[in-house]
Design a binder for this molecule. Structure first.
Ligand SMILES: [Zn+2]
Length: 367
């Protein structure tokens, strides 16, 4: 039944294909029927029926369509060599190519590995920090957004975190973020959210995402503290510091991969995402983000010092708290500077007392 001969592809499809059930390695010659689902039959007996929406393309040699199904065993595969039949099947499967860690992820990983390779070469030529500085502005925004999406999924998985969005809290958060974003001169492509993790931290991902962990919100005493931290992260975004960091760490993990002979995309990517959240930016990047935050807060008519107080409260005087924000260095220096350059409030608070309470409980279950 294996229609290997090229001339068979010109004939009307006879429905023949090869099927692996994902349990054994046995190849079964089957007949396909394109009904309201894809019916897979062996000797007139139904073996499986796959919903078209669940069918995904798998890697295959040229001249063959190989597909899997989201609801079938992970290793189940169907191989169609008949071009006409393959075409008919593809035209019914709208989700064929949007496998989440599949093509898009792979494209990002390949692109990223490429960036890492380039940066290794650049390391040799210019030294690492300079390489990252030169490369980051060259990364196209679309690619950076895609990378950000992959990192976003990884971060949520890594910390087991969900986006908190009870209605009242979300409303207050949007109000706060919008005021800061507009004052910072950033457009609406910036996305932000509160994540349900008790770790006190905030971070920016490549491609325009800023996340606040609920743990930081829990330690905050007023909206100015959170506003200043968000403004600081927007500063990192504006200066594309996380892209710079990613290229920097991309080179590092690529070198580690070379050493251990393991350059699988996912391990590198998890390492990269972890680094994005936990590692510190350079001293210079931190100072620039602080300048940005001080500026934004003063333009809003609000003090900048509270953010410094919050960060110091979280890291402690020694800067050795358990929190990963402790890797954000110089908390005392930061507070000193923010105090020095502080201006008293000239406008009303960014949130009312009630909105602030709502924001604090944004991760509480919906009422
Ligand atoms: Zn920072």
């Amino acid at each position: 039944m294996d229609s290997d001969a090229p001339e068979t592809s010109k004939l009307p499809p006879d429905g023949s294909a090869n099927y692996f059930d994902g349990m054994s390695s046995r190849r079964r010659a089957v007949t396909l029927r394109l009904a309201d689902r894809l019916e897979i039959n062996e000797d007139e007996q139904p073996l499986a029926a796959w919903a078209y929406a669940d069918i995904r393309r798998a890697d295959s040699p040229a001249g063959m369509l190989r597909v899997s199904c989201l609801t079938a065993p992970a290793l189940a595969r169907l191989e169609v060599r008949d071009a006409v039949l393959a075409g008919q099947l593809v035209s019914r499967c709208a989700g064929m190519d949007d496998d989440i860690p599949g093509r898009r992820g792979v494209a990002a990983i390949i692109g990223w590995s490429l960036a890492a390779t380039v940066s290794i070469i650049a390391v040799v030529l210019f030294g690492l920090p300079l390489a990252a500085d030169r490369l980051a502005p060259l990364v196209p925004a679309a690619f950076e957004r895609r990378l950000g999406d992959v990192a976003d999924a990884q971060v949520k998985k890594l910390f087991g975190a969900k986006v908190c969005d009870n209605a009242a809290g979300e409303k207050a958060f949007v109000k706060l973020v919008t005021a800061i974003r507009e004052s910072a001169g950033l457009d609406t492509s910036v996305q932000s959210g509160v994540l349900s993790s008790s770790i006190p931290n905030a971070f920016a991902l490549p491609g325009g995402k800023v996340y606040l962990f609920n743990g930081l919100l829990a330690k905050a005493e007023n909206a100015d503290e959170i506003a200043g931290v968000l403004a600081h992260e927007l500063g990192h975004l504006k200066h594309r510091d996380s892209m710079r960091g990613l290229i920097h760490d991309g080179a590092t993990s690529f070198l580690v991969g070379l050493l251990f002979g393991d350059i699988t995309g996912s391990s590198v990517l998890i390492f990269g995402s972890r680094t994005l959240v936990t590692s510190s930016h350079s001293r210079e990047a931190e100072q620039n983000a602080d300048s940005f935050a001080i500026d934004v807060m003063h333009r809003l008519g609000r003090p900048a010092k509270p953010a410094g107080e919050l960060l110091l409260r979280v890291t402690g005087k020694e800067g050795k708290g358990l929190s990963i924000i402790s890797t954000h260095p110089l908390s005392e220096d930061r507070l000193a500077r923010m105090s020095r350059e502080d201006q008293p409030a000239s406008r009303p608070p960014l949130l009312t007392a009630e909105e602030w309470r709502s924001l604090k409980s944004i991760c509480d279950a919906k009422i």
